[in-house]
Design a protein. Structure first.
Length: 281
């Protein structure tokens, strides 16, 4: 296993002003830094590539999907903007050596509506059509798409592993798989290890997060069983801690963090890494 940390643990947005996070993550013992591309204009590919090479750390890329980046929108311009953004993230991933782009790229985070079956089918079909085009673009650059199911409070479209599997089946491209996140799975899955096993062969990335988005291991999740399920699924990709700093008000509000979840963000990352290495080996 290779262990990663999200830039969201410490900063938002990531830019040249926060390049020091690369060295910091490496010094803490992480193998990878997951860079969230909130604004592609802040991503300086040569600067990141050089800094990561000097530090000796890998880079992965994830996306941020707000209202203007909705692949399932009824508005064609919004769908076009979402596709263009994913393609830009693919370009960044290809340039930085990330094997995938991950995130809930099927819809805007925060879409939570009780739609009629016909409207839901139409929304689903729009997402499938857009993601099929994004997958073709990514395949040309040998990049995968890792689609993340989110909990019911953050999306109304893809909440469970089974829904995610149906989505990637409908997209029908072999470079599309899933990002599984234990924070979301803790809310939506009746059996987290069982859901991991059902996703075997389709897991591109794994977010190892506590149930409160604090320190992995300081929670009630069945970590030994989760690790066993990943081994049974023959998963050998990145295991990434995704957490968020409450010091950045916009991010804290977006993910509903109203209090510190650890003594410090460094403690969250360091203690979480110790736990994950002990559990996953």
């Amino acid at each position: 296993m290779r262990y990663g940390a999200s830039t969201f643990i410490w900063v938002s947005p990531f830019s040249n002003r926060t390049l020091g996070v690369i060295d910091h993550a490496k010094a803490m013992g992480f193998d990878l830094l997951e860079i969230c591309v909130e604004d592609p204009d802040t991503i300086d590919i040569p600067a990141i590539r050089d800094r990561a090479r000097q530090a000796g750390i890998g880079v992965t890329i994830c996306g941020a999907f707000g209202a203007s980046r909705d692949m399932s929108s009824e508005d064609g311009a919004t769908r076009g903007a979402a596709l263009a953004y994913v393609e830009k993230c693919v370009d960044i991933a290809s340039a930085l050596g990330s094997p995938f782009v991950s995130g809930p790229m099927y819809a805007a985070v925060g879409n939570t509506r009780l739609l009629a079956p016909e409207a839901r089918r139409a929304q689903w079909e729009r997402a499938v059509a857009g993601l099929r085009r994004a997958a073709a673009y990514a395949k040309a650059q040998s990049v995968k798409l890792a689609i993340e199911p989110l909990n019911r409070f953050e999306t109304d479209l893809v909440n469970t592993v089974d829904q995610g599997l149906r989505l990637i089946e409908d997209i029908g491209e072999d470079n599309v798989g899933l990002l599984l996140d234990t924070f979301h799975m803790n809310i939506e899955e009746k059996d987290i290890p069982g859901a991991v096993r059902r996703a075997a062969g389709h897991i591109v990335e794994f977010h190892a997060c506590s149930n409160d988005r604090g320190t992995p291991g300081e929670d009630h999740l069945p970590w030994p069983e989760i690790a066993s399920a990943l081994r049974a699924a023959r998963y050998d990709g990145p295991v990434v801690i995704e957490a968020f700093t409450p010091e950045i008000k916009e991010i804290a509000k977006a993910v509903s963090i109203w209090r510190p979840l650890a003594t410090s963000q460094d403690a969250l990352a360091a203690d979480g890494l110790i736990h994950l290495r002990a559990v996953f080996g």
